[in-house]
Design a protein around this ligand. Structure first.
Ligand code: 3EB
Length: 358
């Protein structure tokens, strides 16, 4: 069995919950972006591991097979990033993680509240929650025999706020690094694709995809690898690759990490959302070109990616969308979300995925 059975789609929450029973059995997992603050604790919405994130959807572009782009402005319904598998799925729950797997790929979700660590620990509550979440993830993956992380989505409230003398995103990086080290995971080179964004509230929320085949970690020649960022961005560098690639030929899957207006390690075009979007697309183009080089085949193109676009100020939606359409063409699939980005001077960030031939 290989990854040709994986498929990624954007659906409204109504569409997701109204899928036929037969179709729901093939939902590996999903992330649902909610417009309003969520009441805790979040009750499971369906049998599949579906997680709710407080992150207002701003718009959606969907291209149907006939080639028409359908725009939906300010969707009132939550929008979901859904992963399907054509294979038979096995569900499971272990401590705080809910998951489903198909014999080659596992999708899991975990939510953890930020509790004070044990007395004597120097960790902040967010750092502690992050370390506990990642330790649970690594322990589960070891136990079930899915050792390779392909992709992680990291969502936390107040990502740019400072507490305990450190920005919360940097606290998150400390906890992630600690867990990687404790579980003997590489923190440079062979690291998963990821994103880290700020929500409007709620617990630390992480979704992940893992498998039994080692992915290729892809870097961007225009950017210093994030795991080599200098210390001025925080005491521990973020452990993620610019993209990860699994499988080959028609069965390949590409995950492009959250990508922003960073060249080298510097934020460029501070204050200019249009230029930040152009620079971000140049970065994604460079990552895709690098992935095609490593695949030794031109498998991926900007016009065939599925995009999630995070925008700090909702008033910038039109500017970001216009630049994307000018560069990519009018027809592409994207959801636009209001979210805080992990550097104060970044106004937007884009991530993407491609499941070929599914
Ligand atoms: C950057 O390039 C922007 O901490 O997991 C992008 C993707 C970013 C993943 C992470 C952070 C992360 O540094 C921020």
């Amino acid at each position: 069995m290989d990854l040709t059975s994986l498929k990624n789609q954007h659906l409204s929450l109504a569409e997701l919950v109204q899928l036929s029973q037969a179709r729901q059995r093939h939902v590996l997992g999903a992330i649902c972006y909610f417009p309003a603050a969520l009441a805790e604790p979040s009750e499971p919405m369906m049998d599949a591991p579906v997680i709710r994130v407080s992150m207002p959807p701003l718009a959606e572009i969907k291209s149907d097979p006939s080639g028409h782009a359908r725009h939906r402005a300010t969707p009132s319904d939550p929008v979901c990033d859904v992963w399907f598998s054509a294979a038979a799925l096995e569900p499971g729950q272990c401590r705080d993680i809910r998951y489903r797997h198909d014999g080659s790929t596992l999708f899991g979700v975990i939510e953890l509240a930020e509790c004070e660590p044990a007395p004597g620990s120097a960790a902040t509550p967010l750092q502690h929650a992050t370390e506990r979440a990642y330790r649970q993830i690594f322990e589960l993956l070891e136990a079930l025999g899915y050792p390779y992380l392909f992709r992680l989505w990291n969502y936390m409230a107040d990502i740019n706020a400072h507490s305990h003398d450190l920005e919360r995103y940097r606290q998150f990086n400390l906890g992630r690094h600690e867990a990687f080290m404790a579980c003997r995971r590489d923190v440079v080179g062979n690291v998963p694709a990821a994103c880290a964004l700020g929500t409007a509230g709620g617990p630390l929320t992480i979704a992940f995809l893992a498998g039994r085949k080692s992915p290729l970690a892809i870097e961007n020649p225009r950017q210093i690898s994030a795991f080599h960022y200098p210390e001025r961005y925080g005491p521990r560098s973020p452990a993620f690759a610019r993209a990860s690639l699994v499988g080959s030929g028609a069965g390949a899957v590409l995950w492009v990490s959250g990508t922003a207006s960073i060249v080298g390690h510097h934020t460029v075009h501070g204050g200019d959302v249009r230029e930040q979007t152009r620079e971000t697309l140049k970065n994604i183009e460079a990552v895709v070109a690098q992935a095609n080089r490593q695949a030794r085949q031109p498998l991926f193109a900007l016009s065939h990616l599925l995009y999630r676009v995070y925008i700090r100020h909702s008033a910038d939606l039109a500017a970001v969308r216009d630049v994307m359409q000018a560069r990519i063409g009018a027809r592409f699939d994207a959801i636009f979300l209001q979210a805080d980005v992990c550097r104060q001077d970044l106004l937007m960030e884009i991530e993407a995925s491609a499941t070929l031939c599914a």
